[in-house]
Design a protein around this ligand. Structure first.
Ligand SMILES: *[C@@H]1O[C@H](CO)[C@@H](O)[C@H](O)[C@H]1NC(C)=O
Ligand SMILES: *[C@@H]1O[C@H](CO)[C@@H](O)[C@H](O)[C@H]1NC(C)=O
Ligand SMILES: *[C@@H]1O[C@H](CO)[C@@H](O)[C@H](O)[C@H]1NC(C)=O
Ligand SMILES: *[C@@H]1O[C@H](CO)[C@@H](O)[C@H](O)[C@H]1NC(C)=O
Ligand SMILES: *[C@@H]1O[C@H](CO)[C@@H](O)[C@H](O)[C@H]1NC(C)=O
Ligand SMILES: *[C@@H]1O[C@H](CO)[C@@H](O)[C@H](O)[C@H]1NC(C)=O
Ligand SMILES: *[C@@H]1O[C@H](CO)[C@@H](O)[C@H](O)[C@H]1NC(C)=O
Ligand SMILES: *[C@@H]1O[C@H](CO)[C@@H](O)[C@H](O)[C@H]1NC(C)=O
Ligand SMILES: *[C@@H]1O[C@H](CO)[C@@H](O)[C@H](O)[C@H]1NC(C)=O
Ligand SMILES: *[C@@H]1O[C@H](CO)[C@@H](O)[C@H](O)[C@H]1NC(C)=O
Ligand SMILES: *[C@@H]1O[C@H](CO)[C@@H](O)[C@H](O)[C@H]1NC(C)=O
Ligand SMILES: *[C@@H]1O[C@H](CO)[C@@H](O)[C@H](O)[C@H]1NC(C)=O
Length: 623
């Protein structure tokens, strides 16, 4: 039965005027992947040994493009005894010496999206007052990479799919980032919500069925990804034609005026329910989908994902398929743990008739595979790929945080990318929904599997989570890997920026599925304060220290001695190897900055209470 038979006149209600500029709705048949004529150079899978030519060429431009914003940023950061302009003159003659900055935004549902948004807002020179003393505006304009997973992916997707919009614009928008309604009820339509919800689901179900009818396996992730799109893509019906690969065609991206966005997801082996720390980590960049891990060691062209690849090629008789990389589906894949939310129809105000229709559509999809996204395997029979994967016709791709590496560091520690410093925004839920550094530990331990999944990656030593709590490393920014002599190979410096309560108790539940506008904005502002340490009220040297972190590796390469101010910064911010692994007595931090308007969630969420019972604990508890 088609859901929209239930809708009666609801369709008329859903037509909202949408005028804002957006990215590229370039899929051939909206949500359904479609056969297209193959380009004259047939799409092929490549080895992970080198960066793609697309990325190498883009990087050449990006490195030149950031020289001027970096000159401005380092000048504003005001490192005593350092001549930023003279330094940028030196490195601009050989752009491989320009500091190569990555920003990584963790998962953790809307909490992670909003805390991460605060950090991006703080780093963005377009944010009003962000270039004042004590602030960090301009860091985003100097970044080469922005990686994200799960809830962090919703943030990065919202920014890039809407023409690299600002956080302030997303907050002010009437059409996106409206988190007041449960996502199951659809966008807010003041008077006719029930009818609107029916029309919303009608469109979602029709879209997913169109993909199925085109011959592709669908899963809960398809429904989830469609639903997410209505919140994050500023286009009618959640922009069913927007693709992740279209980011590569955006004018500002092609000119390398904006950073390179990467979403992360994990691989799950057939028959497994638990994703181990050894599982494959995939990335979606604007050109490609793939993994440098030994199990795959290849990348497929994202635009043609869904084509029937064998041994790295689309067969001569095979058609090329486009439109599989729907942007919402990619965001949904990276956040597939939340698929379970869409089975939670009972906690909502959805009319009973519609509930039972939806339940019959959604609930047959097989509980064990709730969190899986099905991808036609582009690495089928591909020689570099491990036989246990290359023999599969389909890849099971799941939430990027399921392996416990909830900060998407993996793409940024690949030696080919030569990242110098990673600003790691951690909104993971480890203790009372605050982070404990556990995600960093997972990445560190994985890097030690040097002959296996580690595959040449190096990562700074990271202490145990108890040490994080006992030394307060999870409450204020900490640098890891300052001393390059103590590393097992080239590794970025990691600037760890944990979610902490500056002006708002931002440890909201991962399962909190709706936020009032006030709470949403208070979360974002808290995130701004986390990244800037309360606009440097906690430490007046913080901006200069951020500058020193940016310069650390580049200064090594150019044989430059950083000034005394940086030595002081590294003394205060670098983890120095001290451990205190005793079981902490607890971790319940109080607000650090008292100001009017600061506080806690204004509304306890009934939704949270209703949801707990059915959570797959070992999974969601990691996000
Ligand atoms: C995207 O944003 C840039 C910079 O704000 C603007 O110049 C351009 O016109 C926008 N593109 C579209 C398609 O709206
Ligand atoms: C990788 O790049 C190197 C040079 O940087 C080149 O010699 C080699 O052929 C490339 N390998 C592949 C598989 O493209
Ligand atoms: C990526 O590189 C390939 C090979 O150089 C080229 O054909 C393709 O057009 C590039 N893609 C984009 C989006 O620029
Ligand atoms: C830069 O720092 C010095 C002290 O180190 C201070 O006197 C000066 O006012 C600062 N400049 C700006 C623009 O904040
Ligand atoms: C920016 O600073 C000005 C002057 O200090 C102030 O009036 C304004 O409210 C600030 N804007 C924001 C967004 O904080
Ligand atoms: C696309 O082409 C393949 C192979 O020729 C065919 O099996 C499939 O039915 C086509 N799909 C659609 C939607 O036409
Ligand atoms: C949802 O509600 C229906 C009827 O109210 C009930 O039959 C069903 O068991 C409930 N489902 C869950 C998962 O609680
Ligand atoms: C990961 O793989 C290594 C061998 O490469 C093995 O020693 C280790 O036990 C595995 N770890 C897990 C958690 O499976
Ligand atoms: C990474 O894995 C690939 C595929 O197994 C292998 O060819 C390559 O040598 C490995 N690289 C390092 C640095 O271990
Ligand atoms: C930091 O600056 C922003 C505006 O730029 C302001 O809204 C916020 O309240 C400031 N934070 C603190 C702790 O004063
Ligand atoms: C290392 O850091 C700890 C606090 O984290 C401090 O107590 C100790 O004095 C530091 N050690 C050195 C040698 O600086
Ligand atoms: C230096 O490396 C050793 C060995 O990996 C490690 O135990 C120690 O904690 C590291 N020190 C720092 C400050 O990273």
């Amino acid at each position: 039965m088609r859901v929209d038979l239930l809708l009666v006149a609801a369709m008329a209600v859903s037509a909202t005027p949408l005028t804002a500029p957006r990215a590229l709705p370039n899929a051939p048949d909206e949500y359904a992947p479609a056969n297209v004529t193959c380009p004259s150079t047939r799409p092929s899978v490549r080895s992970a040994r080198n960066l793609s030519s697309n990325e190498s060429e883009w990087l050449d431009t990006r490195h030149r493009e950031i020289i001027s914003p970096m000159r401005d940023l380092l000048t504003r950061l005001n490192i005593t005894g350092f001549n930023a302009s003279a330094y940028m003159d030196i490195v601009s003659s050989n752009t491989s010496n320009v500091p190569n900055i990555g920003i990584a935004v963790s998962g953790g549902g809307y909490r992670a999206m909003l805390n991460g948004a605060g950090a991006l807002k703080a780093f963005d020179s377009r944010t009003s007052n962000s270039t004042a003393t004590g602030h960090l505006g301009g860091l985003l304009q100097c970044a080469t990479y922005v990686s994200a997973l799960s809830g962090g992916g919703w943030l990065v997707g919202s920014v890039f799919l809407n023409n690299f919009t600002t956080i302030a614009e997303l907050q002010a928008s009437e059409d996106v980032w409206d988190l007041r309604n449960n996502i199951l009820e659809g966008p807010d339509h003041k008077h006719l919500q029930a009818l609107h919800t029916a029309s919303y689901w009608g469109d979602i179900v029709d879209a997913v069925h169109s993909k199925r009818d085109a011959g592709f396996n669908t899963s809960l992730t398809d429904y989830w990804g469609r639903a997410l799109s209505y919140q994050f893509i500023n286009a009618s019906e959640g922009g069913p034609s927007y693709t992740w690969s279209s980011i590569a065609l955006m004018d500002n991206f092609k000119k390398a005026q904006i950073p390179l966005p990467i979403l992360v997801a994990d691989g799950r082996n057939p028959g497994e329910l638990v994703v181990g720390s050894n599982s494959t980590v995939y990335e979606f960049n604007p050109w490609e989908f793939g993994s440098p891990d030994p199990a795959i060691y290849g990348y497929a062209p994202l635009k043609y994902l869904g084509s029937d690849f064998s041994n790295g090629l689309v067969g001569n008789n095979g058609e090329c398929v486009r439109g599989f990389d729907n942007a919402g589906f990619v965001m949904g894949t990276s956040s597939s743990l939340f698929n379970q939310f869409i089975l939670r129809l009972n906690g909502t105000d959805i009319p009973d008739a519609l509930k039972s229709v939806l339940a019959s559509i959604l609930e047959h999809i097989g509980e064990a595979n709730d969190d899986i996204a099905a991808y036609p395997n582009p690495f089928s029979n591909y020689s570099n790929t491990n036989a246990s994967i290359s023999s599969l016709s389909e890849l099971n791709v799941v939430d990027g945080g399921e392996d416990g590496q909830n900060i998407p560091l993996h793409p940024l520690i690949q030696p080919n990318r030569h990242v110098d410093v990673i600003f790691a925004i951690d909104s993971t839920s480890n203790i009372h929904n605050w982070p404990s550094g556990k995600s960093l530990v997972e990445t560190y331990e994985r890097s030690l599997e040097s002959s296996g999944v580690g595959n040449g990656t190096a990562f700074p030593s990271i202490p145990d989570p108890n040490t994080f709590v006992n030394l307060g490393l999870n409450k204020r920014p900490t640098f890891f890997g300052c001393d390059t002599r103590n590393l097992t190979g080239p590794s970025p410096l990691v600037v760890y920026i944990p979610n902490a309560p500056y002006t708002f108790m931002s440890n909201t539940s991962t399962f909190d599925l709706s936020y009032s506008d006030e709470d949403r904005d208070a979360m974002v502002l808290n995130g701004y304060n986390v990244a800037t340490q309360g606009n440097s009220t906690e430490d007046a040297d913080w901006p200069a220290c951020v500058g020193c972190a940016i310069l650390n590796r580049s200064a090594d390469r150019t044989g430059t001695t950083l000034p005394e101010a940086c030595t002081g910064c590294f003394r205060s911010y670098c983890w120095n190897g001290t451990l205190d692994s005793r079981e902490p007595s607890g971790y319940e931090p109080a607000l650090m900055v008292k100001e009017s308007g600061a506080g806690v969630l204004t509304r306890p969420s009934a939704w949270v209470v209703g949801f707990f019972g059915l959570v797959v604990y070992f999974g969601l508890s990691r996000c």
